[in-house]
Design a protein around this ligand. Structure first.
Ligand code: UDP
Length: 241
């Protein structure tokens, strides 16, 4: 087993990462590829926990904009994350992995309730854990769920997979001269007003000194390279001075 830079990681995927070229739902080929990469990370010796968003199905804010009660919309969004987590569990199991979905809202006919000690035990026993339903409360996002769970399980790194290959000084899709940062401190993110995660999630990570790496997982093989210590995407950690 090769030496890894991180022992236990939490990988946050947006719901949209599962869509591939569709505009809704889950592309089976895409989720299969992502599951394979997660398994490769585990095979390399890492303990891997996952959080998957729900934006490919429902987001509470979007439903509220269409006239729905916000809390009901957020509950639908949380259920969407459970659907995605079940799909990922299935994809992982098809590849021979052992995986458990743990939900922050009680829905224990379909998955386990989130219990911190049990989650850590699963990881220690070589099971992949998928945390569903965010923090279990409306008005939060799965970024907050990812930061919270990463801290609770003592993850060495929170990896946030996005459609861009790191954090830029401005939107690289709009501005060809946008510059990507290799490394940032938490304070840099705040003073430069950079978009890394939502404010609640970022505050959690910062207060607990949880290192974050933002990278593009649509590029195959990046996850494993990061685990092996390669400087891919943008690393956010530490304080200025
Ligand atoms: N959500 C929530 N509380 C949480 C996590 C998620 O209410 O702790 C709801 C919220 O409506 C959110 C939706 O679930 O928009 C889907 O999560 P998110 O938007 O984070 O998904 P992503 O953008 O990562 O696909």
């Amino acid at each position: 087993m090769s030496q890894l830079a991180y022992r236990r990681i939490l990988l946050k995927l947006s719901g949209e990462a599962l869509m591939g070229n569709e505009d809704y739902g889950i592309d089976p080929l895409v989720i299969h590829r992502l599951a394979r990469e997660v398994m490769e990370a585990q095979d390399a010796g890492a303990e891997v926990a996952l959080v998957i968003g729900g934006g490919n199905i429902f987001r509470g804010a979007g439903l509220a904009a269409g006239g729905m009660d916000r809390v009901t919309g957020d509950q639908m969004g949380m259920l969407a994350t459970v659907i995605n987590a079940l799909a990922m569990q299935d994809a992982l199991e098809k590849l021979g992995a052992k995986a458990r979905v743990m939900s922050a809202i009680k829905i224990n006919d379909v998955c386990e309730d989130y219990i911190r000690r049990r989650a850590i035990r699963h990881l220690e026993k070589g099971r992949l854990v998928i945390f569903a339903a965010g923090v279990g409360a409306p008005f939060f996002t799965t970024d907050s769920g990812a930061a919270l769970r990463a801290i609770e399980i003592g993850a060495d790194l929170l990896l946030k997979a996005t459609k861009v290959d790191g954090v830029y000084d401005k939107d690289p899709n709009k501005y060809p001269d946008a510059v990507r940062y290799d490394r940032l401190t938490y304070d840099d993110v705040i003073t430069r007003n950079l978009q890394v995660m939502d404010t609640a999630a970022f505050a959690l990570a910062r207060d607990s000194d949880l290192p974050l790496r933002i990278f593009d997982m649509s590029q195959p093989g990046e996850l494993l390279k990061i685990l092996r210590g390669e400087d891919i995407g943008t690393l956010v950690q530490g304080r200025s001075e």
